[in-house]
Design a protein around this ligand. Structure first.
Ligand SMILES: Nc1ncnc2c1ncn2[C@@H]1O[C@H](COP(=O)(O)OP(=O)(O)O)[C@@H](O)[C@H]1O
Ligand SMILES: Cc1ncc(COP(=O)(O)OP(=O)(O)O)c(N)n1
Length: 270
């Protein structure tokens, strides 16, 4: 099975293209990539960004699509509106499941998506997406809502589904509480929640990339949407639970953990 990630490079290896390809590999999916930007980054922060031209993003994407039978494509850091629009122009005519992680701000505070690009992402990319995986601040930007309560999560999920996609996963990593709870909205179905322990750790760099890459890999393998999303939650939970303890800041998650622990992890689906 072959999947593609369209994202930025993280020189520190914990997020972006590197996290996505490691996740694909651990889930036994062949990974291809389209690089939107180089970042000089480590566990302490983003120290520089060097974007690719939109034309070169298009060349990479066409090169991959022309040769490989892609079963799923995901997007991560897209940086500017030209890159977002280029991806839409290529992907809108394709029947390939598209998973959009609407990456906006890195944990250290660096902006990974320009303001104009946020508008293009919402108005042009999300309508052609299959799945979107915002964290709470991203869901707030995309909906214009303040999201603190269960009701506000429900409202945000419905709002985003109405943009045209089949599924929205609002991630709960940024909320407080004993559990990390993600809420899943699938068109035509009752929303459900995935609940795990909230782990006390600073090794959370790249959690969002890893989670969306795992969803992409499971979809590429032909898993039904709900099964793919639950398996991805197990993958990211294990990756956080068994940290590598490397770097001097927010360390990366451990992509080996899923295979080392044979994917055993309790996710309560409620
Ligand atoms: N401390 C934590 N313990 C357990 N799960 C977490 C923790 N932080 C994040 N997660 C999970 O990691 C995934 C990514 O969530 P989140 O950190 O909100 O995304 P992002 O990296 O985009 O900000 C979600 O499934 C979320 O519930
Ligand atoms: C190149 C690149 N892409 C994405 C991110 C953000 O990744 P995310 O999984 O949201 O993790 P944190 O930045 O929140 O740790 C990134 N930092 N770099």
């Amino acid at each position: 099975m072959i999947a593609c990630t369209i994202a930025g490079s993280d020189s520190g290896g914990g997020a972006g293209i590197q996290a996505d390809l490691k996740t694909f590999q651990e889930l036994r999916v062949f990974g291809t990539s389209v690089i939107t930007a180089l970042t000089a980054q480590n566990t302490k922060g983003v120290h520089g960004i060097y974007p690719a031209t939109a034309d070169f993003v298009k060349d990479q994407l066409n090169a991959v699509i022309d040769d490989f039978d892609l079963k799923a494509v995901k997007t991560g850091m897209l940086f500017n509106a030209e890159i977002v629009e280029t991806i839409v122009s290529v992907m809108e005519s394709k029947e390939i499941p598209l998973i959009v992680d609407p990456v906006m701000i890195a944990k250290g505070g660096a902006s990974l998506l320009k303001e104009q690009a946020t508008i293009a992402l919402k108005e042009k990319l999300l309508p052609v997406a299959t799945v979107c995986t915002p964290n709470i601040p991203e869901a707030e930007v995309l909906t214009g809502l303040t999201i603190k309560t269960e009701e506000e999560i429900e409202l945000a999920g419905e709002y985003l589904l109405n943009l045209g996609m089949q599924c929205v996963v609002i991630k709960g990593g940024h909320l407080a509480g004993k559990h990390a709870i993600d809420t899943v909205f699938i068109r035509g179905e009752k929303p459900f929640k995935m609940k795990t322990d909230r782990l006390k750790t600073i090794h959370t760099h790249g959690t969002g990339c890893t989670f969306s890459a795992a969803i992409t890999a499971e979809i590429a393998k032909g898993k039904p949407l709900k099964t793919a999303i639950i398996e991805a939650k197990k993958f990211v939970q294990l990756a956080i639970r068994y940290p590598l303890n490397i770097g001097h800041g927010f360390g990366p998650t451990n992509h080996f953990a899923y295979q080392e622990h044979r994917g055993i992890c309790d996710v309560q689906v409620i």
